[in-house]
Design a protein. Structure first.
Length: 155
């Protein structure tokens, strides 16, 4: 497992910080901190989650996560930050690489674009979309990425 995969797995398994798993399709998966799994906690959490909308959150006790509608994402992020002060968001990510014609025409090894010199002196840049003479781009493979959001103190 690569380093990013480890970070995603570690974030998902945190017990003291809420985690939202957002995929391109399907429902959000959510883990919130808990002291114990008992009917009172599940009921109270379900009621708290329902403040985001009319749907009924679905509790998956075997894996200890909630499923809620994708449309609740923005509201849940705001509410979780206000309640817990921080949260992890796991979501799809595709890195964008940027390069330019001057890279293709370059001589030498100094490169400041994201290809790191891979395209220096090459006639073609396979898989790249050349927008202008000064800008070309391509997208990497989709992966799951994780970020920690922290509520900024109000001034």
């Amino acid at each position: 497992m690569d380093e990013d995969g480890k970070r995603v797995r570690e974030a998902w398994n945190k017990r003291n910080t809420p985690v939202i798993l957002r995929r391109r399709q399907g429902k959000l998966r959510l883990r919130v901190p808990f002291k114990s799994i008992d009917p009172l906690w599940v009921g109270a959490t379900r009621a708290w989650l329902r403040l985001s909308g009319n749907h009924h959150p679905e509790w998956h006790s075997d894996e200890r996560y909630w499923e809620v509608p994708h449309s609740w994402f923005n509201d849940l992020v705001d509410r979780l930050l206000r309640t817990y002060g921080k949260l992890h968001i796991i979501q799809p990510h595709r890195e964008q690489e940027k390069c330019a014609r001057r890279c293709k025409e370059a001589r030498g090894h100094i490169c400041e674009c994201s290809c790191l010199g891979e395209h220096h002196g090459q006639e073609t840049m396979s898989g790249w979309l050349e927008i202008t003479e000064t800008f070309a781009t391509r997208w990497g493979e989709e992966e799951m990425a994780c970020r920690l959001m922290v509520l900024k103190p109000q001034r």
